[in-house]
Ligand binder design. Sequence first.
Ligand code: SF4
Length: 476
Amino acid sequence: MKVKLILPSLTEAKTAYWRPIKYSLFPPLGLATLAAYLDENDEIDLQDQHVEKLNLIDSPDLVLIEVYITNAKRAYSIAEQYRSRGIFVALGGLHVTSLPEEAEKYADTIFLGPAEQTFPEFLSDFKLKKIKRRYVSIAGRTIQNQPPIRRDLIKRDKYLVPNSLVISRGCPHHCDFCYKDAFFKNGKSFYTQKVDEILLEISRLKGRHLYFLDDHLLGNPKLAAELFDGMRGMNQVFQGAATVKSILEGNLIEKAAEAGLRSLFVGFETFSPKNLQQSNKSQNLKLDYEKATRKLHDLGIMINGSFVFGLDDDDKDVFKRTVDWGIENAITTATYHILTPYPGTRLFEQMEKERRIVTHDWDLYDTRHVVYKTRSLTSSELENGYWRAYKEFYKWSNVIKASFSHDQLKHQMKHLVYTGGWKKFEGLWNFIINAGGLKTMLPLLELLLSKVDYKTDQTKDAIINNLNETDIELTA
Ligand code: SF4
């Protein structure tokens, strides 16, 4: 059987917002995971439109397309092209699960929720030609004892971070604006692999650098502790995501640092307790964000802080406050979002009820546009403030100021190079991508994520003392 797996690119791929490097980071792991259930004799073609031109003139027996909200139009158009030639098309992913009635107009069958359990059932139905219109994930969700991801289908050279992996599904929390609960409804919403399986997967990957794409890498503390213990001595460096609460509690983050954690995506989202309550993000309430950033810095872990603008308690000063806080607390990179009520979430339902949703054009649900009636800010204040925040945070003077807030010289340099490299050399990244040179950048990334060694690294004070001593010797 010939099978085509497609990840269509997001709307922004043909707009001024397009940054090739941003979408050349991670390979399409979800599709490679499903490919593992196909027969080894099947002819499989996995294409990711973010990094290659799609070939749509082939004639596979089955096309499977992953749909996000801002690639939905493109996904539907690709589906129509294949279906017009009588080729069977299946759609799955976050957006399909949120809006099945919309998606099934463009598909022969759809997958709702995570597809690990329903895909094998679909494949046997497909062979028997007894296919259902919908495959809904309900019971028996697990990612343990699954066949290994078909990494051989991934074009490693096209990605900066080919060694990405996901060791869990979902997250133990329930924020109202998050897709998670909508995607995992009707069953478990947080479950993990076994430690020995994860360690085996890591040992199969080439190179030192790993990126855990889990929503919350520390979400299961017991598993995380065992994993980090198991990783000690493996000489890996890795990045991941976790909550403020998990950083502050116990010594899990120390274990992670010992195992090689060098940068962490942290969902700070907002400083306002009212906003946190509005979002049901109670796990952040009354937490000391500054203590969390200090703890990460002391462990030599760089921070990518995530912040949301536009919650009802936000005022005109929220942008400056948030940017200043990030610089003062030496956040390495900041990701700002305009609040986006994704269909299927409690936030969307609430706003629909209050008649606050102003458009159903999903292309605008990209966290850069205001798609709902705002309260304390006008819509243009919110959009302008969002863009201003990015501009201010990534101004060279602010990047330098934030970098030099660290005590360790090595940490200062890492911060400067990492932030500058990520945001300031777009032309160079484009050149590297076009020249097919992304794979040569991985060793540099590994070097950049090497450990800040407190014993041998000179602190700012030590450098100043040394300079002073030299001065004294010279003048004596
Ligand atoms: S903590 Fe993050 S992943 Fe978990 S529900 Fe909240 S926003 Fe979603």
